[in-house]
Design a protein around this ligand. Structure first.
Ligand code: ATP
Length: 302
């Protein structure tokens, strides 16, 4: 049993400021800290903390940020399959003002160079039980990874985030699509705020199971041809929701990998596990630091 995550890693550079600078303005920061981030990295760490045996295919620069991300991923128990590229490691520069409003600039850097899978990377995909993908790496690579998984028995969890125009057929080729409400509306071609059951019906019509995460309300799980199931959210005091979606996806992959079962009921069980993991994450600050371990999730569920 194993999970292969193919995706992005960034170093998040977070500046606390009194106010976000206007064009031409310089402000002094009140504080600064840097954290590992990127959807691929966060989801790989979440799957590993939730008990899965995880490999992570990622493109990093030959720089100190790349070394740090690699070291932290290995410390989380991840079997890292990193490519080192002639581009800087991806970064996100984040200003957070006193009202918790933020302003973010992302440089994809090396993540944009994760193209043309190598034979070893394709073998890793074929060997895995569950493949986890997001859309912060080139879409052609995502499509190639899905095709490689489909040629064997690897199950594909596609987190279609951030929103992007997907190549035709990609959605139907995934086994499980995971999106939040905004991404679901964009993919379904319906207005933001459309009823979530209508969104789910459009998404499952493409042939794959789909999960729409609903923030504090939990997650709606749909399997083609069956009635949707609402997995209710847990009532917790939300301190910081950053990384809740990534925790959900990584925990879901770990639960699917552990059960090895492909029935609709096992997808609902895995979504319930992921909803508990994500609820723990929102009670704590930060993205990676807030991701719980398997023991914590089992304790929380009682
Ligand atoms: P983010 O971008 O903040 O990481 P997202 O928009 O991708 O998140 P959400 O639907 O907001 O995804 O959250 C993912 C999951 O996290 C939800 O399905 C739910 O299980 C859990 N969650 C999020 N917010 C809360 C909350 N306030 N209370 C309890 N659980 C929450």
């Amino acid at each position: 049993m194993s999970v292969l995550v193919l995706g992005s890693a960034n170093l998040d550079l977070v500046y606390d400021v009194d106010r976000i600078p206007a064009p031409g303005e310089t402000v002094l920061a009140r504080g600064f800290a840097s954290f590992p981030g990127g959807k691929g990295n966060n989801q790989a760490i979440a799957a590993a903390r939730c008990g899965a045996d995880v490999r992570f295919v990622v493109a990093l620069g030959r720089d100190a940020s790349g070394d740090r991300l690699a070291e932290e991923a290995r410390r989380a128990g991840i079997d890292l399959r990193d490519r080192r590229c002639d581009a800087p490691t991806g970064t996100a520069v984040i200003y957070v003002d006193r009202g918790a409003e933020n302003s973010i600039v992302v440089d994809s850097g090396a993540n944009a160079l994760l193209t043309d899978l190598t034979a070893a990377e394709r073998d890793d995909i074929a060997d895995a039980d569950v493949l986890v993908l997001q859309l912060e790496t080139p879409l052609d690579t995502v499509a190639e990874a899905v095709r490689t998984a489909r040629a064997g028995a690897t199950r594909v969890v596609l987190n279609a985030a951030p929103s992007a125009d997907l190549p035709p057929g990609l959605l139907g080729d995934a086994d499980v699509l995971v999106v939040n409400e905004h991404e679901a509306a964009a993919l379904a071609g319906l207005p933001a705020g459309a009823d979530e059951r209508s969104l789910l019906a459009v998404l499952t019509d493409r042939g794959a199971a789909a999960i729409i995460t609903l923030g504090a309300a939990g997650a709606l799980v749909g399997v083609p041809g069956a009635a949707p199931v609402l997995v209710p959210g847990h009532r917790v005091e939300a301190v910081d929701t950053t990384g809740a979606g990534d925790t959900f996806v990584g925990a879901l992959a770990a639960a699917l990998d552990r059960s090895g079962d492909r029935t609709p009921a096992s997808l609902v069980d895995a979504a319930a596990f992921a909803t508990a993991a994500a609820a723990i994450a929102v009670r704590r600050k930060g993205a990676v630091p807030s991701i719980p371990t398997l023991e914590e999730v089992l304790d929380f569920r009682g």
